[in-house]
Design a binder for this molecule. Structure first.
Ligand code: SF4
Length: 364
């Protein structure tokens, strides 16, 4: 039950959002904690409509390729990795990666999202060689590759400074950086989830340096595990602050922790909790253009519902996904299903690239 004083405060925050004014962290926390789901949806949709006035919802035809599952980070929420030396650890052969790329091209895509574990055997020369070979075979391939923790890992394993690591990866063909591995950018939370992974400052430092060198990236948040609502807002604040500084984030994507087969255990938060957090993200991140649905974790129905909570992008057609599916989440949406969901919501589907430049209408 919301008392009268709180209602007045929430209404004042709503007025600020309607007027296009920035809200602070305290206001975001009040919305997250107390505002109704329908009111949050209305406000987030209003923000979305002000930013994307033509009703277009974009998506991209691309493919996740997890080049290795060997990892020495041992994150407690991860069901994908295998420790070094495990019998079922792998590094994909170049031919396998190339075959997956050919399949992506056959479906009309030219981007791959290349991510993997922190494999202690793979140093920078592996990535330089891989990127150069892929670019030689597929000259217009867009390499959206290596989340910040992977880049920190490569830099440490190769005993190179971060700026030089990014520069060498970029010169070898890296086009943009996925925002994975952020989880929650609060070190106390990260210590409980991913004690061997880079710190919050390091994650932000990779993005700052990548943006400085001209690379664009996405930003993400995985929530609903051990964090508090305050931690979620702190995370959003850190993303917004860096975006004020660099302007390098193209989009924000959040999803809920998937519990199956993980050391951390527990259970996933509700659909309503996902939508509430999504809506507050849209309202708070007033300097990030695009908000993406995470139907891979939330399922196609909730993915479609998220279009009413500030979302203007349906993400990837996701020809292949191995990480969240290892934690028990198996959802599929091909291009016709994504297009149908967008049209059912009364919006206009268009393909895009990583920079969110609109490309073509879906095939007839
Ligand atoms: S989430 Fe990434 S870094 Fe953490 S254990 Fe899994 S593969 Fe390794």
């Amino acid at each position: 039950m919301i008392d009268a004083a709180l209602r007045v405060r929430l209404d004042a925050i709503a007025d600020a959002v309607i007027d296009g004014r920035r809200i602070d962290a305290d206001a975001a926390l009040l919305l997250l904690r107390h505002e109704t789901l329908t009111a949050l949806g209305t406000l987030a949709d209003l923000v979305r409509r002000a930013r994307h006035t033509d009703g277009v919802v974009t998506y991209i035809v691309d493919r996740n390729i997890n080049y290795t599952n060997v990892c020495n980070a041992f994150c407690s929420f991860c069901a994908f990795y295998r420790p070094p030396g495990a019998a079922d650890g792998y590094v994909l052969p170049l031919e396998t990666i190339e075959q997956k790329i050919r399949e992506t091209y056959a479906l009309g895509g030219n981007q791959i999202l290349l991510q993997g574990g922190h494999n202690p055997k793979l140093k920078i020369d592996y990535y330089e060689d891989l990127f150069r070979r892929l670019k030689a075979s597929f000259p217009d391939l867009w390499l959206h590759a290596l989340s910040p923790p992977e880049i920190v890992h490569v830099s440490r394993a190769s005993r190179l400074p971060l700026d030089e690591t990014i520069r060498r990866l970029r010169e070898a063909g890296l086009d943009s950086i996925p925002g994975g591995g952020a989880e929650i950018l609060v070190d106390e939370v990260r210590r409980r989830l991913a004690r061997n992974k880079c710190s919050s400052d390091e994650w932000l430092g990779v993005m700052r340096e990548a943006h400085r060198q001209g690379l664009r990236s996405t930003a993400t948040m995985m929530f609903g595990h051990v964090e508090t609502l305050e931690d979620r807002v702190t995370h959003l604040g850190r993303i917004r602050d860096l975006q004020d500084e660099t302007g390098g984030f193209t989009a924000f994507i959040c999803w809920t922790y998937q519990a199956e087969n993980t050391e951390l255990g527990g259970s996933a938060v509700t659909a309503a909790e996902y939508l509430r957090t999504l809506a507050v993200s849209r309202i708070f991140l007033d300097n990030v253009d695009n908000l993406q649905a995470s139907w891979v974790t939330q399922g196609p129905k909730l993915g479609a519902a998220s279009l009413a909570f500030g979302v203007n992008d349906m993400g990837s057609t996701m020809i292949e996904e191995n990480v969240v599916s290892s934690a028990g989440t198996v959802h599929a949406m091909d291009e016709p299903a994504i297009v149908a969901a967008i049209r059912d919501a009364g919006r206009i589907p268009l393909r895009r690239d990583m920079t969110y430049t609109r490309r073509t209408a879906p095939p007839a």
